[in-house]
Ligand binder design. Sequence first.
Ligand code: NAI
Ligand code: 13P
Length: 328
Amino acid sequence: MKLAVLGAGAWGTALAAHWAPHHAVTLWARNAADVEAMRRERVNARYLPGCLLPDPLQLTTDFQAAVAAADLIVVAVPSGALRPTLAALAAHPGLPPVLWVCKGFEPGSRKLPHQLVAELLPNPNHTGVLSGPSFAQEVAHGYPTALTLAAEDGALARRLAEALSSPRLRIYAHDDVIGVELGGALKNVMAIAAGVCDGLALGHNARAALITRGLAEMTRLGVRLGGHFETFMGLSGLGDLILTTTGDLSRNRQVGLRLARGQPLDTILAELGHVAEGVTTAREVAGLAAELGVDMPITRAVCQMLFEGLPAARAVDALLNREIKAEF
Ligand SMILES: NC(=O)C1=CN([C@@H]2O[C@H](COP(=O)(O)OP(=O)(O)OC[C@H]3O[C@@H](n4cnc5c(N)ncnc54)[C@H](O)[C@@H]3O)[C@@H](O)[C@H]2O)C=CC1
Ligand SMILES: O=C(CO)COP(=O)(O)O
């Protein structure tokens, strides 16, 4: 298969490097100097240091050429950059199937990726989402990983899951696009909360409680928005929640760990040097939940810490001392 991976951050680079031995892969980046450096050094020093880029992997800044040659497009830019990337794709005649891998809402519009795809692409039926527990560094190094690929068209999901799986990357097919997208977006907010929990050294009990109640909160909103309950128990829900609430490679968890130390958000994001989708997603989700009357106390607490300067310890006290209620 001829793949064009659009976006050369940590995740786009890792996927392109992983697939390069199995497919003809071109990785597109918008920055010419970055592409030049990657060609020369065979490493993406800024976003994925320490992972060698396989020789067959092609690197380009020529968007049109990358798209024209592809029979599958994988959009790997953050949610905030999805709209312009889809708009550029939409101008292209005879577009092949398109997958996206971002995990978040469009900042400001409260829209999920599939809603932007429906708005902008001529053939939204020919599209899908790839998500699940997958740190870029581990995929790039060939560590075993399992993902979910969801498309409205079940046959397309199955065909692409088979084509993109490798001996170290097992991809399951699914048809619940909304549920898969929501799991990936909402777990980022919970990863921030878990970072706070561990940054304050609140113990294993607290973290287990947070993960469990976080899953309840994700599922409550997710089902209300049309996702299937069982999707939240799968790889793209619980799987990714476990990974990013416990794994220090998670940038969202890192945001929480630093919030617990009292660092201001601007400093945290500047030092991170990568996107942490949970920050914008928390704001979008809190607004959406309030509008729909869905109770999301952990998300609210994350927003108060991120945007209203609520000290982490006070947010924890407030969460623990809410009115007692039934678990289910
Ligand atoms: N890093 C990871 O382990 C994983 C990340 N993801 C998701 O993948 C998406 C991308 O994440 P990362 O690659 O890790 O982010 P990153 O912060 O490592 O890199 C972001 C990349 O997007 C590029 N970019 C930003 N705006 C752009 C635009 N308008 N046009 C073209 N390129 C643009 C940047 O130049 C940079 O190369 C996020 O939604 C993230 O949640 C999903 C699974 C794993
Ligand atoms: O989504 C991810 C792994 O599945 C990566 O999480 P972070 O964006 O928090 O690093």
